[in-house]
Design a protein around this ligand. Structure first.
Ligand code: IPM
Ligand code: MN
Length: 346
């Protein structure tokens, strides 16, 4: 029997509860194969004890796994977000070349979003390892009136080309429409570069209808005409912003799933809900596990267990169709998880 070894990093806050829920669902959905989870306590609490978010050899430890499942990172009262995220989440994405972040946005049955329409199914593909989150920069004259802070966006030809191509490959499997998002009217180097590369790669995909949007116009379009969008490809920062907007129109962050993919499979990919650790509700037991469960479905799909992945989505849809877990805070995490587990038996 095939065994997949999964590194579980529940992280902080609601990350623990949703990871437990998602992994239980994944294990139940994966028939005929075994998911073996190994849990790592890396988190802000770990930082308080050890002075770092993960051990020095953390990346090497994770490298041997088939996939990584992460709950949420961040507890700003204990560790500044800029430290915790640069100590755990972001280094994993970079070290394992998880350059494509896939985030689906559609309404599950029974879930009401803020828009009048239900007619949208958007797949956001976010560049995940460079761009505005390259980490290149610095501060000088700290604390003085002459202080300067510089944060450099890094766009490489290889990096842009591969994410655009990844977007086109997905568009080919969907409705054959790709929207590329930049701000090339204002940022005349990196974003014009992105536009040019999009047009070059587009030549390899003549069947795909390509449109260019500026990030501001795309924000408006996602609200006013989301049905006009299929695959949306954006840089790291723009993709980050758009996918919270996407989460909002799909009913909230409780539904927004995400997969940090290494398409070459040279290292494990990582799956995590878009939402954060939500310290304010961390101990109330009301975190919606749907985003986390959906991310687990993405994980099974990536591992090649497509039937198990589909089983999870079908079960989730059956649960929300009954009105369970459709509104923030309405049902306990446990109730929603048990409903999904039960639906998997149907
Ligand atoms: C996300 C999150 C992270 C990101 C933060 C926590 C660094 O907002 O996954 O969308 O921006 O990548
Ligand atoms: Mn985000």
């Amino acid at each position: 029997m095939t065994t997949y070894r999964i590194a579980l990093i529940p992280g902080d806050g609601i990350g623990t509860a949703v990871t437990e829920a998602a992994f239980a669902v994944a294990q139940k959905a994966a028939r005929g194969v075994t998911l073996e989870g190994v849990t790592f306590p890396w988190s802000c609490e770990y930082y308080v004890e050890h002075g770092r978010m993960m051990p020095e050899d953390g990346i090497e430890t994770l490298r041997g796994f088939d996939a990584i499942y992460l709950g949420a990172v961040g507890w700003p009262a204990k560790v500044p977000d800029s430290v915790s995220l640069h100590g755990l989440l972001l280094p994993i994405r970079k070290a394992f070349v998880q350059y494509a972040n896939i985030r689906p946005h559609r309404l599950l049955p029974g879930v009401e979003g803020p828009l009048k329409t239900r007619d949208f199914d958007i797949l956001c593909i976010r560049e995940n390892t460079e761009g505005e989150y390259s980490g290149a920069g610095g501060r000088v004259h700290v604390g003085t009136p002459d202080e300067v802070a510089v944060e450099t966006s890094v766009f490489t030809r290889a990096g842009v080309e591969r994410i655009i191509r990844f977007g086109f490959d997905h568009a080919m499997k969907r409705r054959k429409k790709l929207a590329s998002v930049t701000k090339s009217n204002a940022q005349k180097y990196s974003m014009v570069f992105w536009d040019e590369i999009t047009d070059l790669v587009a030549k390899e995909y003549p069947e795909v209808e390509v449109a260019h949007y500026h990030i501001d116009a795309m924000c408006a379009r996602m609200v006013m005409a989301p049905e006009s969008l299929d695959v949306v490809v954006a840089s790291n920062l723009f993709g980050d912003i758009l996918t919270d907007l996407g989460a909002a129109i799909q009913g909230g962050l409780g539904f927004a799933a995400s997969a940090n993919i290494n398409p070459d499979r040279s290292a494990p990919s990582m799956f995590e809900p878009v939402h954060g650790s939500a310290p304010d509700i961390a101990h109330l037991g009301i975190a919606n596990p749907m985003a986390a469960i959906w991310s687990a479905a993405q994980m099974l799909d990536h591992l090649g267990e497509t039937e198990a992945s589909t089983r999870i989505l079908t079960a989730m849809e059956a649960v929300t169709a009954q009105g369970i877990g459709t509104k923030p805070g309405q049902d306990k995490t446990e109730v929603i998880t048990n409903a999904v587990l039960a639906a998997l038996e149907a």
